[in-house]
Structure formats: C-alpha cells, structure tokens
Design a protein around this ligand. Structure first.
Ligand SMILES: [Fe+2]
Ligand SMILES: [Fe+2]
Length: 519
C-alpha cells in the first residue's frame, strides 16, 4: 500500500545543513537566478501589488480581497512590528522562487518595503492523500465541504502564531547585541509576516466570506492582550530579552516546524504546498536559535576559563564577568521547552484523530513511515498520570497523535543540547544542559493539575512554590539578564555576553554592515 504514495517533495529541511539554500557552496546568486528563469519554476510575479507565484493577476476576486487586506497589514506592521528601524536598510533575504536549488536573494531593504510573495511550493503531479480514510485518493484542490470547518480552524491557528511572534519580539531591536543579530531578528520578523500572508491567501481564496472575516481577525488579536489575546499560550508570553528570543526561535519555532510538517502532509493540496515552502524559511529561524544559544554558552565558558573559575554554578562570580551563568541558561531552557510542549495540546485527542482520519493533518514524515497510514489497530505509548504516578499507557494510536508529534519534537530538540553540551565539555566544565521532564511546568494535558520537578518527581503545591525559583527564571534572573541587554551597533562588534558567529550571513565578512541604522 505504501508504494501508492509518492514521497512528498520537501526541500531539504534540515536547518543544520541547509539553513540558507540560496548560498550553498559552489552556487552563486547569478547561477541560481539564471537557472530559475530557464526552468520557469513558478517565479514570483511582481506585476500586481501583491507579489505571488499563484497567478493572482488572473484571479481578480482573490487579488481584490488581498489588496483590500493589505492596508490593514501595513497598519499592523507599523503598530506591532519592530519598534524603530523602519527606515533602516537591512540586509535581508527575499524569496523570489520556489526552486529548491536557489530561491532567495540578499539585498538591503527597508522593512516596510520588504516584498513578501505569496508562495506555494510547486504542485506535485498526481499527488494522493498519504494517510487516513482517504488514503491513496487524489489530493483535494478545493476544500471538501465536510472538512471545511476543521481545515479553516487549523489554518487560523497556524496563521495566528505568525504575527504573534513578531509582536512578542517587537522591542528587541533596541537591545540587539550586534548588527548581525539585529539583522537576523528582522529576517525572522519579515518572514513571519510573509507566513501570515500565506495563510491569509488560503483563507481568502478557499473559504469565502468567513475566510475573509478570519483574515481580519488575525490582524485584530494581539499577543498578551487581556481582551483579545493570540490563540495559543506560548504566543502570549513576553520575550523580554535576547536569550528568550534565542530560546523561542529554538524551541517554539520548532513546534512550528512540527506542525508545518504535519500540515505539509495534508490532503488539501494548497495547504500542503504552502507549508512546504514555509518550512524552508522556518529552518533559518531555528538556526538563529541554535547558534544564538551556542554563542551565549561559548562566551560564558570562555569568560569563566579566562577568570580561572572552576565551578560553573558559582553564579555570583560568573555574573560578575558580564556573562550569563549556565544555571540561568538552564532555567530559561526549562521555561521555553515547557511552554512549547503545551502547544502540542492534549496527549489524547479526538480532534487530532478526526483530522488524521479525514486526511487533513498527518504525522511527522508520514510518507516515510512504514505502516498502513490509517492506524486501524495500532497503539502508541502515552505518558499519563495513573494513581499519582507517571506511567506509560498504551492508547489507540489514532487518539495519541499529539503525543507522538510531541515525542518527535523532543527528539528533534535534543540535537541542539548535544551541541551546547559539547561546547561546555570542550571548555573543561562538568555541567550538562538537559530537557526537563514533560510533566514539569505544564498548563495543558495530563500534567496540568500537578507539579513536578525537572526530573519528573511529583511534588505538592507548597514545595513547588518554595522551589520553583530554582527551576524557572526568577525576577532577579530577569533583572540580571536585562542589565546585560545594552545595544551594540558598531560594525563587527558584539556584546560582552555573546560570541561572534562562526560565519556571516550570505558569507559576509565579520565587519559587514548588516543594518544601516537610520533613525
Ligand atoms: Fe512562521
Ligand atoms: Fe518562524
């Protein structure tokens, strides 16, 4: 049966290897441009106000709807996008094609003039639905009536996260540790803006009037707003400093990666094609997180070594060096990992089962899994609270899909920890960053009503309240980190608490002016 399903064509999505495909060694920008023209591979049409590769100039109704939405988007960007820097020239990557061999170009752009395109990955000929009750049937090019509400809900939830993170990060430009980091922040921000456009395109093209209303709502909600918050918890939290930003892009953008992968399997082909292209950009966001944390850890280790500090948990001594101590990095990690786990929803979920059965949302790397892709008799071990003890319990695999995706996510998270711990051990320190137990600090699912230590030991309320400051950032920790967040805007310079990157963006040298600051 599995042979019926062609492997889904995704671009290389491994952020560690190809985080910026346009600049792979041996490929110059000119070659890739020329190639893109020769093969006519759905390049972006800039002839309309809304750059796109979906032939909008012949789809007047959708074009009109998008043009109507555009001013609201620009208002949102100026109200809720990065604070300041709107007149600065930023060295940004812009997607101009969906050809995996070369899809981006780099140039100085003012953020409000960033030309986001609406981009769908190329349509796969004869693509079939790769899972669920409709397994092996042709993928849908239009929304099937019976799945309309579910599809719309999933697109709205995904769409809501895109502007939310821009809102969360809007103050960070003022305290960037270098022009390199400032540029990366803005790159992430403009691309999240483009992802919002991609979701709004789906809503307006395929969901008629209610799709248009949902598109307007996406501009109305605000991260952290008491009356009209964003839909998911982690997207209403503050991102108060750059360590949080790196943790967010490592852990929370990675939840996005898992969700986009599952939606890239969707039987609704336009959603699949949209998500496949978004994943190519998302890889860079996680790269920013992984290398950001690496550079913080690196700098801390170097400073401790130079000062002859042998105990990395001697927090006062380490902080006196103007770097962030490893125990505080662990606390930030605990916070962002646990908030991100909540994004996967309840471990056992009939919604997830229904979306899978219907062919709407698949599993991570569905087409590479060898089974019936219908999960008729399969079970999956789920961590549950049984008589006050955390136990693995076999559940029907269909209802355990959230748990499975969360497990895939955890596995994916581990790679970064291995790298960070290698930096620590190479520096000669006996300290390991670890992922906290999944029962730690949860608001959603099986463990929402209990307290557990990062090691997974259940504790009572009183113990939690007296000890939580050992595991999660305290106000004091926040104050210390804030005290380090002084902007560094000289070309090629970096703040005291972070190492320079190993390589520049687009292979630029260390003294490259990534942002020409204009106030
Ligand atoms: Fe995104
Ligand atoms: Fe992202």
């Amino acid at each position: 049966m599995a042979g019926l399903v062609p492997p889904i064509h995704v671009f290389s999505l491994d952020e560690e290897k190809t985080w910026m495909p346009g600049t792979r060694p041996g490929m110059t920008e000119n070659v890739s441009k020329e190639h893109a023209m020769n093969v006519n591979i759905m390049n972006v049409d800039y002839s309309t106000k809304i750059p796109n590769n979906v032939n909008l100039s012949e789809d007047r109704q959708v074009l009109k709807a998008l043009e109507g939405w555009h001013p609201g988007y620009m208002d949102w960007w100026s109200d809720m996008g990065p604070e300041g820097f709107q007149q600065s020239l930023v060295y940004l990557r812009t997607a101009y094609s969906v050809d995996p061999r070369g899809w981006a170009k780099f140039d100085y752009v003012k953020m409000p003039e960033y030309r986001w395109g609406i981009l769908l990955a190329p349509q796969e000929e004869n693509r079939v639905i790769p899972f669920g009750e409709n397994f092996g049937k042709p993928a849908w090019q239009e929304v099937p009536g019976e799945h309309r509400a579910t599809l719309r809900r999933l697109i709205v939830i995904q769409g809501d996260t895109e502007p939310a993170s821009v809102e969360q990060q809007r103050h960070l430009g003022k305290t960037a540790p270098s022009l390199y980091d400032l540029r990366n922040l803005f790159q992430v921000n403009v691309e999240e803006g483009r992802h919002l456009w991609a979701m709004v395109y789906l809503l307006q093209k395929y969901f008629g009037r209610d799709g248009r209303e949902e598109a307007d709502e996406l501009l109305r909600r605000r991260s952290g707003d008491a009356d009209s918050p964003r839909m998911l918890g982690a997207f209403n939290e503050a991102t108060p400093d750059w360590l949080s930003f790196f943790m967010f892009t490592y852990f929370t953008d990675r939840d996005g990666k898992m969700q986009l992968h599952s939606l890239a399997q969707s039987g609704f082909d336009p959603l699949s094609r949209t998500c496949r292209f978004m994943l190519t950009e998302e890889a860079h966001h996680m790269f920013v997180g992984e290398t950001g944390i690496s550079r913080v850890v690196q700098r801390t280790c170097e400073a401790m070594k130079a000062a002859g500090i042998s105990d990395p948990t001697d927090i006062a001594k380490v902080r006196a060096l103007g770097v962030i101590d490893l125990p505080t990095i662990q606390k930030k990690l605990n916070l962002h990992y646990s908030l991100s786990l909540d994004l996967f929803g309840s471990e056992v979920s009939t919604n997830a089962a229904n979306a899978f059965n219907a062919g709407i949302k698949g599993r991570y790397k569905e087409t590479q899994i060898e089974d019936d892709h219908q999960l008729k008799n399969a079970t999956y071990p789920v961590l549950k609270l049984v008589d006050g003890v955390i136990k693995r319990v076999d559940e029907p695999a269909l209802t355990a899909l959230n748990m499975r995706l969360r497990d895939d996510y955890t596995q994916d998270c581990v790679k970064g920890l291995l790298r960070w711990n290698k930096i620590i051990s190479l520096a000669g320190y006996n300290f390991k960053l670890t992922l906290p137990n999944v029962a730690f600090h949860r608001q959603i699912g099986e463990f929402r009503d209990i307290h557990a230590t990062p090691d997974g030991v259940l504790i009572d309320d009183a113990t939690w309240n007296s000890r939580k400051g050992e595991w999660l950032p305290s106000p004091d920790d926040g104050d210390f980190i804030s005290s380090l967040m002084k902007p560094v805007t000289e070309i090629g310079q970096f703040a005291s608490w972070i190492s320079p990157p190993k390589v520049g963006i687009d292979n630029k040298p260390g003294d490259f002016e990534y942002v020409k600051i204009e106030t």
